[in-house]
Design a protein around this ligand. Sequence first.
Ligand code: DX5
Ligand code: ZN
Length: 209
Amino acid sequence: MKVSASFLSSKDIPKDLVQLDHTDIDYIHVDIMDGKFVSNKTMPFHEMRHVGDYTSKRLDVHLMVEEPSKYIPLYAELNTEYITFHVEVLEDIEANLDLIHHYSIKSGLAIKPDTKISSLVPYLPFIDMILVMSVEPGEGGQSFIRNTEKKLQEVRDLVESYHFPIIINVDGGVNSETVKYCSDADMVVAGSFITSSDDFQEKITSLRS
Ligand code: DX5
Ligand code: ZN
């Protein structure tokens, strides 16, 4: 199981990023919120870009924004492996996936808990990752929605039936207990479970199985 660490709930971001850099975490999950797609707003790009000053880990960028096309060129400049935006956006999805690929970055589509999996089908040939939200996007520290286990099984069946090389990632409320409901995923995002602890490596290890 790959693990991506979210610093959304971190109280001291530089310190936590340096500490994460000393673990075997696979990615740093960068949550971006515009105050429109979700009501919260994260810091602007000119501040967020400094993530790379504190860690050399690759970034897994999660855009919770109405207009991904405004953010993709910015985050493509960083040490970014994945840029993920939501299938619920109103902008043209294929055009945004093309834009991500134009920068030779891997693309992901995120899906909110109440959105039907069938909405992903038209885009399966063009994406590298599906990010299944196990909480309503918008804030860290929420409880894992139990029904996500079933949704992950359905996403796994879908991806396998089409033979697409897509990785499945889960985001929200993941900890050493709820990770057992994520056996159909290839990767999990964990925020507060890691950053509220005083032993990041121990928490990361407990999520791998
Ligand atoms: C929720 C964010 C998540 C969140 C994960 O909107 O997309 O990435 O920060 O944090 P935890 O693990 O605390 O739920
Ligand atoms: Zn996220």
